[in-house]
Structure formats: structure tokens, C-alpha cells
Design a protein. Structure first.
Length: 183
């Protein structure tokens, strides 16, 4: 994955990009800065987890659909098994998505999880096991979106390959069929 954002183009959805980033930053900033201003673990836990939950919802239901054209959810079937469901835009629409929007989506998704892991290590070093609970919830929400969107992206690629294979087979078949019908 390219580390540099695509040059020469602007964000197609700046408001969506803003909210995609703001809840991630708010949860991390509140957690980090709360030690300076708040003495109550309960307040830190509730506000940080609420901000992380808002981030999870915005990413899963808004920015994922608009910025990268992907949607995922998980259902429990009648047998009690977990079934992942994936949706993506058609290939033509996916090709038209803004590269800068996509770059921002994927990098902030992964960097947020890395930041929570770093904070977990820092909490372990400082022997603050209770704060690991806050980090664990936030990291779980972040990783759930990473897993969901990564699997959805792979599923979209698989569908593209199947479509390309089917189209190629259809063309070859029609070419062979037309070659034999001429004679």
C-alpha cells in the first residue's frame, strides 16, 4: 500500500472524511488527555468507549460505504452459526471512487488500531490494568472494522475475478461458436 496520498486530486467527500477521522481522534485524544483533567475512571471509560462506539458506527455504516464502496455485517443463522455478509459497489463504480478518500479510509483504519496497541503496551508498562479494559473495548471495535472491511475488500476482488473469468469464457465460447457456424 502506498504511504503517500495520491497527488493532484481533492477529497470527493470532505465531510465524510472529517467524521471518519474526528471520532477516532476524539477517542484517542480523550483517553490520552483525560488523565490530566479527569480523576474518575468511570467517566474516562464511558466517554472513551462512547466515542469509540460512535467511530465504529460511522466507519461501518457511513464512511465505509461512501469512501470505499464496501459494507459488511454479521448474522447468526438458524443453526446458531456466525455468517459474514459482504456488499460492494459494482466494478465500474468502484473504479470511479476517489483514491484520496480510499487512502484516508484504509490508513486511518489501521493506524487507529496501532495507536490503541501502543497505548495498551504503555498501560502494561505503567501497571494500569484497569485502563486495559478501556483500551480492550476500543481495540476490539477497531479490529472488528478492520477484519470486516478487509474481508469485504477480498470478497469484492474475488467477485471481480469471477466476473472477469466468466466474461472471458463467454467471449471465447462465442468466438469459437461463431467460427464453426461460418462453415
Amino acid at each position: 500500500m502506498d504511504l503517500n496520498p495520491p497527488a493532484g486530486e481533492n477529497y470527493a467527500h470532505p465531510n465524510i472524511c472529517f467524521f471518519h477521522v474526528v471520532f477516532k481522534a476524539a477517542a484517542l485524544a480523550f483517553y490520552i488527555l483525560s488523565a490530566l483533567f479527569v480523576d474518575s475512571f468511570v467517566i474516562i471509560f464511558v466517554v472513551t468507549v462512547l466515542l469509540a462506539a460512535l467511530d465504529f458506527w460511522v466507519v461501518k455504516n457511513v464512511s465505509g460505504r461512501i469512501l470505499v464502496g464496501l459494507r459488511w455485517w454479521n448474522e447468526i443463522n438458524d443453526a446458531g452459526e456466525s455468517v459474514w455478509k459482504f456488499e460492494s459497489l459494482d466494478q465500474e463504480s468502484l473504479a470511479r471512487l476517489n483514491k484520496k478518500d480510499s487512502w484516508l479510509f484504509w490508513w486511518t483504519l489501521y493506524l487507529t488500531a496501532v495507536a490503541w496497541i501502543f497505548l495498551a503496551i504503555f498501560s502494561l508498562i505503567r501497571f494500569q490494568a484497569d485502563y486495559l479494559l478501556v483500551i480492550g473495548v476500543c481495540l476490539t471495535l477497531s479490529i472488528a472494522n478492520i477484519v470486516g472491511f478487509t474481508r469485504c475488500h477480498k470478497d469484492a476482488k474475488k467477485q471481480l475475478q469471477a466476473f472477469a473469468t466468466q466474461t472471458l469464457a463467454s467471449r471465447v465460447s462465442s468466438t469459437i461458436q461463431s467460427a464453426f457456424t461460418v462453415f
